[in-house]
Design a protein around this ligand. Structure first.
Ligand code: C2E
Ligand code: MG
Ligand code: MG
Length: 717
């Protein structure tokens, strides 16, 4: 049980443990003597400061603190702490909350010094015990050895031999020296490191330990070192020392003064380890954390840091340009050619981008198939556009991805820093938005972010929030458009098409809100509502005119496919309305299939397993190949209205619609033509063997009451 105030102080003072108490902001309120000793501080310059100030990596320490404050009980983290003399102590810190009546009032932080342990634990032990004695006076030892040897030679020689062997065999650098710096003994590893021919040579050509340190590090450190040793305290830290070949190498050291009988410093021992490999590993780790391993480009984290730094530099923020590039249809390459081809493509794109930019520019991999180029130009807009066209030219050559060369295009969004309150985040967001606009306009192009786009975005935000309320207020309606069987002229079914009865705006067509709903995750709820309502409507018509067995088509968006609940939702709606699943058609646009991943394929299979049928909507407008489409369990192709319109002027046999119906036949699919507006078109479709037709020629999409009348008249009711 820990009590408040004075008691905490008491415990902190009495405990032999290095330990401090923090308040909830991390400010040190108490520190135990061992803690102060560990870092060389006094109460007055330690207590009252924030504990993060002493950590080499304050971010990690802060994270631990916040986790403890958030309620985690005891958290250990390894911390490198800056001591008062500038050296770094490797420690293990345990943070635990101090709770009073259940509320966290402070943090207890216990610190364990593992500097020695991590460095040279075993050697240190040996050295501590034997080094001083061994090195004290070579002559004394030798005399005694001689003496012993005469009486009892074997064990003495063995003892001396084993100590010497340990010191000479260890890869750590070991030395003893006098307070004036004169090296008395240097072990084999150190002699090799410093290029000292032999121990004996040290006597003839004295080497100063302090000169050795100063050569790599300067005199500041040697002064500090000297004064600490004079106080009788061990110095631990890192020095940079010159190796015999001239290279300066980081050494992690423990330097200990050894006192004689009178309390005077008799000898100093130093043990050091070459930590250059560790250092290299450390910098490699830092590199890995900020670079993408596939393309070796800076990652999003480093890019953002870099952008923030540029933006903080006065002046440069007015000439900076960001190009946000996204590979078009990357998923198709990945899906159809495999992930290793996808990786190859990404690496290839990265390489070409790097070749285009100037040395001072930055190319980063933002994520997935997105790359960001940061560049500067006196006329930023002109420069950005030039750069964008260079990029698209560079992509035009085929990429060698194995079997065949593959062409790709990119869509690029450009944002120009305008000075003022630009941030990395806002610029990247603008560029990303412009990139989306480029995709919308048909891909393979660059779009400059401007105020109009910003206005569009704001407009979109407004629509988005209105959409959220629209569902609750029941502002959506479904209209139904019949599709007729071309050979019999009878209604074969209806397609449900959503409209938004937006107050003050009239009946809003889906082109103005479905995409926004998709982007804002609202599509899940909206789609659920459409399916449910369409099924109810069908059931109602069935009650009026039973046995007609016409089908109902519902449009699905790609986003709905990636949520697994769609299968359950369709199943539940069918169950509730009692409809035969074979009467339901789910329409997916071709682009959804082009972009869909394997997970979408699983969902489509599960939907098929319910017994419903699948149609490809707007067929011919996407970029899908026959082989790609064959992977999907589809039943119906809906030829896009643009190909139907062509039939007005082009001979049926030579039209694209002819190619499509031929294709559908070989795949065993039914074909429905969309947007049929004239008898000429209908006749051509009949010739081509098209099964169904839908369009203004028969009826526009209408509210259910009107469709009911139409159904009635068709039935002769
Ligand atoms: P779609 O599924 O291809 O629907 C056909 C579109 O063509 C409808 O536009 C329809 O009004 C229009 N149309 C029908 N006959 C003719 C004609 O003879 N000539 C011409 N020029 N157009 C005709 P609408 O209702 O504006 O819907 C547009 C798109 O919005 C739909 O294209 C569909 O992709 C999407 N959509 C509609 N309802 C929903 C829905 O509930 N969910 C989802 N995810 N998308 C929907
Ligand atoms: Mg449709
Ligand atoms: Mg369509």
């Amino acid at each position: 049980m820990v009590h408040e105030g004075g008691n905490l102080q008491l415990r902190a003072d009495e405990t032999p443990v290095a330990f401090c108490v923090l308040d909830t902001t991390g400010t040190i309120t108490h520190a135990s003597d061992p803690e102060l000793e560990l870092l060389g501080y006094h109460q007055h310059d330690y207590v009252g400061r924030n504990f993060l100030e002493f950590d080499v990596d304050p971010d990690a320490a802060e994270l631990t603190l916040s986790r403890v404050l958030a309620g985690e009980d005891v958290l250990d983290h390894s911390a490198r702490l800056r001591a008062r003399d500038g050296s770094v102590r490797h420690t293990l810190r345990s943070l635990s909350p101090i709770r009073l009546s259940g509320v966290i009032r402070g943090i207890r932080c216990v610190t364990r010094d593992i500097t020695e342990a991590t460095m040279v634990a075993e050697v240190l032990q040996h050295a501590e015990r034997h080094l001083a004695a061994l090195q004290k006076e070579n002559e004394v030892l030798r005399a005694r050895l001689d003496d012993l040897e005469r009486t009892n030679p074997a064990p003495a020689r063995a003892a001396a031999h084993s100590l010497a062997t340990i010191l000479e065999a260890t890869p750590d650098l070991v030395a003893t020296f006098a307070m004036d710096g004169r090296v008395i003994y240097a072990n084999s590893a150190l002699r090799h490191f410093a290029g000292i021919a032999s121990v004996e040579r040290l006597r003839d050509e004295p080497v100063s330990f302090f000169d050795f340190v100063a050569a790599g590090q300067g005199h500041d450190l040697t002064a500090k070192l000297r004064s600490q040793l004079r106080e009788g305290r061990t110095w631990t830290g890192e020095i940079r020392a010159p190796r015999h070949d001239g290279e300066v190498v980081p050494l992690s050291c423990v330097i200990t003064p050894h006192l004689g009988a009178e309390g005077e410093i008799e000898l100093v021992s130093g043990i050091a380890r070459d930590v250059s490999t560790y250092k290299q590993l450390e910098s490699e780790l830092a590199y890995q954390a900020t670079h993408d391993s596939l393309t070796e480009l800076p990652n999003r984290k480093l890019l953002t840091r870099f952008l923030d730094r540029i933006l903080a530099t006065p002046g440069s923020d007015r000439t900076m340009v960001i190009l946000f590039c996204d590979i078009d249809n990357f998923k198709v390459v990945n899906d159809s050619l495999g992930h290793s081809a996808g990786d190859k493509l990404l690496a290839g794109v990265a390489k070409r981008l790097r070749e285009i930019v100037r040395p001072a520019d930055v190319v980063a991999r933002f994520g997935g198939d997105e790359f960001v180029v940061v560049t500067e130009g006196v006329d930023p807009v002109a420069h950005a556009l030039r750069m964008a066209s260079q990029i698209s030219r560079a992509m035009a050559l085929p990429f060698d991805l194995g079997a065949t060369g593959t062409h790709v295009t990119v869509s690029t969004g450009i944002a120009i820093a305008a000075g003022g309150d630009d941030s990395a985040e806002s610029l990247l967001r603008d560029a990303d938005l412009a990139m989306y606009k480029a995709k919308e306009l048909g891909r393979n192009r660059a779009v400059l972010f401007d105020e109009a786009l910003r206005a569009l975005v704001e407009d979109r935000h407004e629509t988005e929030s209105a959409l959220h309320m629209a569902l609750d207020r029941d502002e959506f309606v479904l209209h139904y458009q019949p599709a007729v069987d071309i050979s019999t002229g009878r209604v074969r079914g209806f397609e449900a098409l959503i409209r938004w009865n937006r107050p003050g705006a009239g009946l809003v067509p889906p082109s103005q809100f479905v995409r926004i709903a998709e982007q804002s995750d609202l599509i899940g709820r909206l789609g659920r509502w459409v399916i449910r309502r369409a099924c109810e409507q069908m059931a109602a018509w069935d009650r009026i005119a039973p046995g007609l067995d016409f089908e109902i088509a519902v449009n699905l968006s790609g986003r709905q496919l990636t949520t697994t609940s769609i299968v359950d939702e369709v199943g539940a709606s069918l169950d509730l309305s009692g409809l035969d699943p074979s009467r339901m058609v789910l329409e997916l646009t071709e682009s959804v299939l082009v972009e869909s991943l394997d997970t979408a394929l699983d969902t489509l299979r599960a939907l098929k397993a319910l017994g419903v049928r699948l149609a490809v909507d707007d067929f011919g407008t996407g970029y899908s190949s026959l082989t790609h489409l064959q992977r999907f369990p589809i039943d119906i192709l809906k030829i896009d209205q643009s190909f139907v319109a062509e039939l007005e002027t082009i001979e049926a046999e030579s039209s694209l619609a002819a190619v499509m119906t031929g294709l559908a036949r070989t795949m065993g699919l039914e074909v429905i033509a969309e947007g049929v507006e004239s008898g000429v078109q209908l006749e051509a479709l009949r010739q081509l063997g098209c099964h169904g037709a839908q369009g203004f020629l028969f009826a526009p999409p209408e509210p259910p009451s009107r469709s009911r009348r139409r159904l009635g008249s068709l039935l002769g009711l």
